[in-house]
Design a binder for this molecule. Structure first.
Ligand code: ATP
Ligand code: MG
Length: 230
């Protein structure tokens, strides 16, 4: 389970504290997938950063896989993040000098050494449709292919939670649909909780649950809103 209760976030600024998140409650079980929409600056990335334990809330609690990550020491938190959370961003952040296969294996190189993950890396790349690209460099791939590598890399450590912040923001409509479908399919197969932030109604429509960040809270996005926007 992912359980969020009364989550608040404010940033100190010269003009006084800036309240961004104002009381978010959320429950997601393994295998569930949520799309989050909402205006620019509404706090979607701020929310994902906190869920990803990259930033701390001002108030409220997060429980992930029966752990309160913010009660952990910094080294424990880093290990927890590496082991339990996968990230996909708008930019792929692949290492240009490494092959596709090596890029997918990068999260396995930090922390406690784990069993040989190369078979799993190959299998994930096959599942994202890139088994013919293992030795390619990122510069030799299309934008959509790069994001599919990023998805495989995010899943290599079998995360409990997969967070994607505008993963299709740089892609054309067709590639965006492919990447969204792959995210959903793999998260479901891996029994991972998936949260995707997107500005695309196309992408949101593919998700079983959809919410909108408005005035610092998460509200359901109605089916009609999604339909009308097509
Ligand atoms: N470290 C910070 N210090 C001060 N203000 C911040 C900080 N980080 C974010 N903000 C502010 O918080 C608000 C929410 O930012 P956030 O990046 O979460 O928005 P978003 O919903 O992801 O927007 P977009 O759709 O454009 O990506 C913005 O007004 C931003 O300026
Ligand atoms: Mg953002």
């Amino acid at each position: 389970m992912l359980t969020v209760r009364g989550l608040h976030k404010e940033f100190p600024t010269r003009g006084g504290p800036l309240q961004i998140l104002r009381g978010i409650d959320l429950d997601l079980s393994r295998g569930e997938a949520l799309a989050v929409m909402g205006p620019s600056g509404s706090g979607k990335s701020t929310f994902l950063h906190i869920l990803g334990t990259l930033d701390r809330p001002t108030a409220g609690t997060v429980r992930l896989d029966d752990t309160d990550p913010f009660s952990l020491s910094e080294p424990e938190l880093a290990a927890f993040r590496n082991r339990k959370i996968g990230f996909v961003f708008q930019d792929h952040y692949l290492l240009p000098q490494c092959s596709v296969l090596e890029n997918v294996l990068i999260p396995t190189l930090v922390g406690t050494p784990r069993a040989d993950r190369e078979p799993r890396a190959r299998q994930l790349l096959e599942r994202v449709g890139l088994s013919q690209r293992l030795r390619h460099r990122p510069s030799e791939l299309s934008g959509g292919e790069r994001q599919r590598v990023a998805v495989a890399r995010a899943l290599i450590n079998e995360p409990f939670l997969l967070l994607a912040d505008e993963p299709t923001g740089n892609l054309d409509r067709r590639s965006a649909q492919v990447v969204a479908a792959i995210l959903l399919e793999l998260a479901a197969q891996e029994n991972t909780i998936l949260i995707t932030v997107t500005h695309s109604f196309d992408v949101a429509r593919a998700f079983p649950r959809r919410m909108e960040m408005l005035d610092g809270t998460l509200v359901p996005l109605t089916a009609t809103t999604v339909k009308e926007a097509s």
